[in-house]
Design a binder for this molecule. Structure first.
Ligand SMILES: C[S@@+](CC[C@H](N)C(=O)[O-])C[C@H]1O[C@@H](n2cnc3c(N)ncnc32)[C@H](O)[C@@H]1O
Length: 315
């Protein structure tokens, strides 16, 4: 072991004092290895559970990491999750370092909202922690609006909008396995999902259809994955997150005064370039009104390596 885990974790913990002193949420990134001394390793806290995710093979260090975490917080469960690039068999990729799997929390709590979790999910537990300020913004800016949540995943961004008084939230995602996870969060928050709030399918099929039917929204959440797969329903899909193609479609679905919130995840374009791409593809019917990034649990001096969020308004 060459990495001084006790020191690194203590330092990271102290740098997040404002987060653990807040009683507004119970989940945040405890350690962001890319800039805090161990590239490829991230540790996240969800209530009393810690999740250690590693892309580098640090299996020999896991016990030390567990001890360092327990010195900082009385975690009841610490899970280790190895990336598939390490070559581990599926059943060996997630295991408990401390506590019992059956104690895994079912929900994360943030600003009075519950979000369902699946700690054993291979990809993501269900709540992207870098998007915490996005959920806060949505809760404060959705009152009375009809909101479209694109690439919805577990629905967290739309649920934040609803808890902030949105009139409706329509979630669109191509994965049908997400429906029970969305349903679980709705129930826990006393919301009714109904039968028309989740649309399962390809965005490149459904957005042109919605435009054709004259549908309009007062808010659209656009959070495409960093590498969108080519869709059979799209002739001219650009590389990466395809803001060129998607912002054009979204601008046609927005009523005047409506907002479009875009989340930029890629590091090969600057924030200005990304904003400009959205404005140009909307034929300048959108103007930028607000910008913010992920918070202190995702430290990076280079702003273009953080999650960048821009809100546009339809003119
Ligand atoms: C990065 S996640 C979005 C995270 C989400 N906004 C949140 O904050 O929880 C990307 C999602 O996009 C969905 N997706 C990817 N390509 C899609 C497509 N062509 N049409 C619809 N959904 C798609 C995936 O199924 C996945 O759930």
């Amino acid at each position: 072991m060459t990495i001084k885990w006790h020191q690194l974790i203590e330092k990271a913990w102290n740098n997040r004092k404002v987060l653990h002193e807040s009683d507004e949420f119970d989940s945040w990134r405890v350690f962001h290895g890319y800039t805090e001394g161990a590239k490829g390793i991230v540790i996240e806290k969800f209530g009393t559970m810690a999740l250690v995710e590693y892309k580098d093979d640090i299996r020999d260090d896991l016990d030390v990491i567990k001890d360092a975490l327990l010195q900082r917080f009385p975690f009841t469960l610490i899970l280790a999750k190895g990336d598939q690039s390490i070559g581990l068999r599926l059943k060996d990729r997630i295991f408990a370092l401390h506590g019992d799997f059956s104690d895994a929390p079912e929900f994360a709590k943030e600003y009075g909202v519950h979000y369902s979790l699946r700690p054993d999910a291979m990809h993501n537990t269900g709540l992207y922690l870098d998007a915490r300020p996005v959920r806060k913004w949505l809760a404060n800016n959705s009152k009375g609006r009809r909101v479209l949540n694109l690439f919805s995943f577990t629905g967290s961004l739309g649920i934040a909008a609803l808890k902030g008084g949105a009139k409706a939230a329509i979630h669109l995602d191509r994965s049908k396995e997400l429906l029970p996870r969305i349903q679980k969060s709705y129930e826990q928050n006393g919301l009714d999902l109904g039968s028309r709030s989740f649309v399962q399918g390809d965005i490149y099929k459904h957005l042109p259809k919605a435009i054709k039917h004259g549908q309009m929204f007062d808010g659209i959440i656009l959070d495409p994955p960093p590498k969108l797969r080519k869709s059979p329903h799209s002739k001219q899909q650009s590389q990466g997150q395809d803001f060129l193609g998607l912002a054009k479609l979204c601008s046609k679905l927005l009523s005047p005064g409506g907002w479009l919130i875009c989340m930029f995840h890629r590091f090969d374009a600057t924030w200005d370039e990304s904003d400009n791409e959205v404005i140009v593809s909307s034929s300048s019917t959108l103007k930028m009104i607000h910008r913010f990034t992920s918070e202190c649990d995702f430290p990076d001096d280079n702003i273009d390596r953080k999650l960048r969020v821009t809100v546009f308004e339809k003119i």
